[in-house]
Design a protein around this ligand. Sequence first.
Ligand code: GCU
Length: 618
Amino acid sequence: MKIIHSFFIVFFVMGASFIQARPSVSIQNVAARQCFSLDGKWNYIIDPYETGYYDYRYKPYDEQVNPGNGAFYLDKKPANKSDLIEYSFDKSPTLWVPGDWNSQDEKLLYYEGTIWYRRIFDYQKKSSDDRVLVYFGAANYESDVYLNGKKLGKHIGGFTPFCYEITDLLRETGNSLVVKVDNKRKREAVPTLNTDWWNYGGITRDVSLIEVPHTYISDYLIHLQNKSDNVISGYIQLNEDVASQQVTVSIPELKLMTTLLTDSHGKACFNLKATHLERWSPEDPKLYQVEVSLGENKVIDQIGFRTIETKGTDILLNGKSVFLRGISIHAENPQRGGRAYSDADVRELLDAAKALNCNFVRLAHYPHSENMIRLADKMGILVWEEDPVYWTIQWENPDTYANAQQQLTDVIERDKNRACVIIWSMANETPVSDARTLFLKKLAQQARSLDNSRLISAALEVHGNPVDPNERIVEDPFADVVDVVSFNEYVGWYDGLPEKCDKIHWSISYNKPVLISEFGGGALQGLHGDAQTRWTEEYQEDIYARTVKMLSKIPQFRGTSPWILFDFRSPKRVLPGIQDGWNRKGLISENGVKKKAFYVLRDFYNQMEAKFAQPVKH
Ligand code: GCU
């Protein structure tokens, strides 16, 4: 039995890799499409032993030709009283979608493995010629999607959308959508095994059916060219390589409209000269209604127009030097202790950043949900988005690079029309080596080829000087590639005590803007004592007060995003009575109570706002 068993497992692994799944389709601005939500309660089966994939006892594994009755994706019911089916979605419990499983059930808090989700739905197409897609905002980490027993595809990456056409498989009633989600951490993954955040698994963002015409507008880019005088340019892309289709771009408030014909790739490019254009900015986050049409099919978006560039050590927003008054944020609802996804979740996070008088947020360490970016657009908060290339990635594994590149590509494609996004970050705290720097350079090349209108950065490496214990040197081969030199520093927490900030001097030889992407220290909210006592609010407060003074001596200092807005869950933080599974570097506790350091940073930002004040145009 043992030999046979292992044979089937080998056969299964080989078989699965050759099954042709369908490609993921891209679709820009899902919220503006004809959507049917599949959010709600989905039945689920916990499957730590991967039992649900195949039926090794009766038949050789072959997913599409003769799957065993045991394969969960078939969603089988017993045909008669003698039938052997050892699972039942109908009789299984339910999980809310969207939502990580860890925060929905105590039993699942630390669970890392596979869970199979199943949703039954009916769907009548509005028009027989239309196509129907199924869209996932994100699922962490590896997803296999099936409809009515047929494989749609596999998606790798826990924070970016994926979408499949299902027109050919769709029934009017009783559709069975099964999703296998596996959040096991892997050495070759992106991120890799070790991170300082909770490994929330599950279908963590919205799921929708989208009905579109047979030929539809799948993508578009509409933005203000940098170094241009109010020229709005971009392209419209159809889902098919079909030429001579008439498409229209209009911005009614600017009295701009143009009609174009697609080329043989189904693409049409345009330039529009705008007069009286109100630029988007934190002080005035002006969004224009933009309408792109193909015949009767119109897609409406809200788009802001601004320029972002660097000039020497300045970051220029609409040609004027800006200081990034930031804060780092994890995508977590602190009170629920679960992945953030809802409008209420993102509103809570960004309102708290606004209370700090931020004009900038660093969305660590992975792409956050689209509604977070769209809300930042509306609120006038500049955004740093990050590829989850975190710590000790497997730099020499080509599959790992392909994975990192795909996740970066997906987030750029999704958010390229959002004025608030100004920085694409390639990585966080990655130990310098030739392989690592080559990996990051290729990523930066990919980012610039997709979008040369935004700034490239990463949290770079810093080192000390054995001769001068008070010198900190920012020296990283990747600094030659980035537009903004960013780094994390923890003088006063991991590196000495707070008063050490007063002695430190920084050597940064790049003629580029400098952004300190992390600093800070831990404090248990409500624990008070003197500033020498670790974990008190006074200790954290002292780090902030001394750090802002220390950093202000750096001539290229143009912004910071201290670590971090809220306390957040991490399995690495195990100090009883203080951490208990939470990283305590938040300026606000998970119960929403501000710590003393919050006010130090807010006062500093009030000063910097006055120093860099831009007159608001009326
Ligand atoms: C690092 C890392 C963070 C981590 C933080 C900490 O700088 O970028 O993800 O949470 O330090 O140690 O708290």
